[in-house]
Design a protein around this ligand. Structure first.
Ligand SMILES: C[S@@+](CC[C@H](N)C(=O)[O-])C[C@H]1O[C@@H](n2cnc3c(N)ncnc32)[C@H](O)[C@@H]1O
Length: 255
């Protein structure tokens, strides 16, 4: 389903401008999100089939997900974002430099940061990302004919960016749970909080302002188990359009 928000992404979102605005080097927020993923992954089985949903032009999450995954499928609404990711996977010389984010990930995993360790992680990321897929999480088959179910779906600041209101967000959570998460699989999300939008230069993109309670209710109504729900929040110390971040994870019921 095409919406005002998805049309806005299709016409206004510039992957390189986004990277140059929000990925100028790992900051406290990147560390918060990475640490949340590192801790959550320690509670999950090995060799996950993982989907990054609405990954944009970014590979920072893949840096954390790669060692825990047997395969990562990466999807986004915009072909231009997938093209940006493809350039890094192909090691094109002018692709975005994710090296500093890989170093930060290794630090958060307590792995000594050496050039060899960074190279090995980059190689693991390139090996594990096996599919780049066009996706619309507002469709009942989000990946079209490629729609399948995953052990882990990770959505970093994408579900709140694509939902116009709380009802749509609840619907998207239910849709993701029904169509993309395997029985006993997990959904890990991060959301920006305390704002109704973010900007890239003179372009503005709405964000649905969600509370911790909204996130909890969204997970439970979608079909995730309350006893597996974990959530953490942080206040963004850096000058941003938003005031904080929420990260959450929970496991879907077996049936
Ligand atoms: C704020 S960006 C987040 C990108 C990246 N995950 C990050 O953490 O920087 C929101 C992303 O959601 C994607 N998006 C917007 N609407 C979508 C939809 N209906 N289905 C899937 N992805 C969508 C956009 O293309 C964009 O890449």
């Amino acid at each position: 389903m095409e919406t005002t928000l998805s049309r806005n992404y299709a016409t206004e979102f510039d992957p390189q401008a986004y990277l140059n605005t929000y990925y100028t080097g790992p900051d406290a927020e990147d560390r918060f999100v990475t640490q949340f993923m590192v801790t959550a992954l320690q509670t999950m089985p090995a060799d996950l089939l993982t989907l990054e949903l609405g990954g944009g032009p970014t590979l920072f999450a893949v840096a954390t997900l790669a060692p825990a995954s047997r395969e990562i499928h990466f999807c986004d609404y915009l072909p231009a974002n997938l093209a940006e990711v493809r350039r890094w996977l192909a090691a094109e010389p002018d692709a975005f430099d994710w090296g500093p984010y890989i170093e930060m990930t290794l630090e958060e995993e307590n792995i000594p940061v050496t050039p060899v360790a960074v190279e090995q992680r980059a190689a693991d990321m390139r090996r594990k990302v096996t599919r780049l897929l066009r996706c619309n999480a507002l469709d009942t088959s989000p990946l079209g004919p490629d729609t399948q179910k995953y052990d882990l779906v990770v959505a970093q600041t994408s579900l709140d960016a694509m939902s116009a209101d709380i009802d749509e967000w609840r619907w998207v959570m239910g849709n993701v749970c029904r169509t993309l998460i395997a029985p006993e699989g997990r959904l890990l999300v991060s959301l920006v909080s305390g704002t109704e939008g973010y900007s890239i230069g003179d372009k503005n993109f709405p964000v649905l302002p969600l509370t911790v309670d909204d996130v909890y209710q969204g997970y439970i109504e979608a079909g995730f188990r309350a006893d597996t729900f974990q959530i953490e929040t942080m206040t963004a110390p850096d000058a941003r359009d938003y005031v904080g971040l929420i990260s959450a994870v929970a496991q879907k019921a077996a049936t």
